[in-house]
Design a binder for this molecule. Structure first.
Ligand code: ADP
Length: 508
């Protein structure tokens, strides 16, 4: 943890609420780990600061130990003690902050969804900066993610740079503008930000609810670099329909705002070495993929009568963004088309969870349909490996990772053309796209006809064109969705920003 970067490398600190595999709710966790690993490989010193949740996967943290220090950080006008832990996750050094606060912020048995999330994460953001200040670190880049650690940007410039933690440029990545974490303005005072200074239209005031503050807006305003997770999504959020109220802020700050397509962690997602799978396989040995299909069918009690019966997979949080009504439709359409459908998903929205429990029960003993309504890392790997087709009918999708993971496992995506799906899935029947990029089936209109137009074509290709299908599977498995290229883009943004700061400092 005390090692220094190679002479040309940067010191980069990520402050985040998720990190795969120890604390993952969705794509954010994958991105933090994947991007950090790729940056580390490129010679930078990368460190991560996370909350010490009670519900983390502790068996995936190596050498976890408490430091012999007490970190005091400010909240509600007082100083609270924090215990600081360090450990290694996927080869990356991680600090875990455990607040000794009576409200037991990270002892809740879940990562998010608590009534006081704003307090929990504004406390964490401040404690993370306090840790950097007190440990005497001189980071070049502090990179925060989503609304939970968006507080870092205003806290840094308003409080911590004046205190002497002033070596860094701030990068903020928004993984989904749907979640902005707004709260009544007064709540901002707890973490020490000046409500009157911040609750202004050009700072943190929410653009529609004027008595509320908006952490994501604050990070857009206060960061040096603002990114989101795909070029198409970066365009969409600049429009009134896509920006969830922040389009004018993003347009105003568009010079520092860019969309970079996420990669996937190609070590964690590799069918040739994946220990979750019944049989490992690679692009030259697709028999292994078939064996995984047979094994999953047995495991789930699905019919194994016809090895060629196509299997459609879907792995997702069941929230409106993901097109839940279209997922439901795709289940019934797959049945009509004579395929099998396996859904792995869970919903934080009670009525959606209930609706899908109803469908799951309806098909409980069905030969061809299975819905598994929980979060299950191991099963997710098996479904990517076993399925032939993978459906992602999102209403909007900042980046989406499952389409890329599916391709790496030889499962062909059927996807709506939106956000990052539009930047990674290209229709096999679209002549305007060069052949080497055509890798799936897409549709534009988010309705049942749209789904049918792509899903039906996928079934046709699969059934009537075995050789072409196999070539498509091989092409998709060979596509490069690694972090290499995207990490280079982040590196370039970091370096440019650091260079600009140095020029400005020399002028002063
Ligand atoms: P989002 O971040 O909006 O949830 P992404 O496609 O970016 O969507 O990332 C989702 C990640 O979470 C993928 O790695 C996917 O495999 C995983 N995932 C989603 N739901 C489940 C589940 N029920 N069980 C296991 N993994 C899941």
């Amino acid at each position: 943890l005390t090692s220094s970067p190679k002479s040309s490398g940067l010191s980069i600190i990520h402050i985040a609420a998720e990190m795969a595999p120890v604390a993952k709710v969705g794509g954010l966790g994958d991105v933090v780990t994947g991007l950090c690993k790729a940056l580390q490989k490129r010679g930078h010193l990368v460190e991560i600061v996370l909350p010490k949740y009670d519900c983390m996967q502790y068996d995936r943290i190596h050498n976890l130990r408490a430091l012999d220090v007490v970190l005091e950080s400010y909240f509600d006008g007082k100083l609270y003690k924090n215990k600081i832990w360090v450990g290694t996750v996927e080869g990356l050094p991680v600090y875990f902050i455990e607040p000794q606060h009576p409200e037991k912020f990270f002892w809740r048995g879940q990562f998010y969804g608590e009534h006081d999330d704003f307090r929990r994460f504004s406390f964490f953001s401040r404690a993370a900066l306090e840790l950097l200040l007190q440990s005497g670190k001189k980071p070049d880049i502090i990179h925060c993610h989503d609304w939970q650690t968006a507080f870092v940007a205003p806290l840094y410039w308003d409080i911590y740079a004046p205190k002497g933690l002033n070596s860094a440029r701030i990068c903020f990545t928004c993984h989904n503008f749907e979640y902005q974490g707004t709260a009544p303005g007064s709540e901002l005072a707890s973490c020490g930000l000046d409500v009157h200074q911040m609750n202004r239209p050009d700072r943190m005031q929410d653009n529609s609810a004027l008595d509320r503050v908006n952490p994501v807006k604050g990070a857009v305003v206060f960061s040096n670099i603002v990114t989101t997770v795909s070029p198409t999504y970066a365009q969409e959020v600049r429009t009134a329909e896509g920006g969830k109220g922040l389009h004018s802020t993003l347009s105003f700050h568009s010079k520092k705002f860019v969309g970079i397509l996420n990669g996937i962690d190609t070590d964690a997602w590799n069918p040739a070495t994946d220990t979750f799978l019944k049989v490992q396989y690679n692009v030259n040995d697709l028999q292994g993929k078939i064996e995984n299909k047979i094994a999953l069918r047995k495991f789930l009690g699905l019919s194994n009568a016809d090895v060629k019966q196509p299997m459609v997979g879907c792995i997702t949080r069941l929230v409106p963004q993901k097109g839940v009504h279209l997922i439901r439709h795709a289940i019934y359409r797959t049945l009509e088309l004579g395929g099998q459908f396996v859904l792995l998903g869970s919903s934080p929205v009670a009525h959606i969870q209930r609706e899908f429990e109803g469908i799951a029960n309806h098909f409980m003993n069905h030969d061809d349909i299975r819905l598994i309504l929980k979060y299950d890392e191991s099963l997710s790997h098996s479904i990517f490996a076993a399925s032939d087709i993978f459906i992602i009918p999102s209403i909007f999708e900042p980046c989406g990772l499952t389409q890329m993971i599916a391709m790496r496992y030889g499962s062909i995506p059927v996807a709506r053309k939106t956000g990052g799906l539009n930047d990674s899935v290209f229709d096999v029947d679209d002549d305007t796209v060069p052949l080497q990029f055509q890798n799936g089936f897409t549709f534009s209109t988010p309705d049942e006809h749209g789904v049918n137009s792509a899903l039906d074509r996928a079934f046709n290709y699969y059934r009537n064109n075995t050789e072409v299908w196999q070539q498509l599977v091989q092409k998709d498995m060979n596509m490069d969705f690694s972090w290499e290229l995207s990490a280079t883009q982040y590196e370039e943004l970091y370096l440019n920003s650091v260079a600009r700061a140095r020029v400005a400092a020399n002028r002063a």
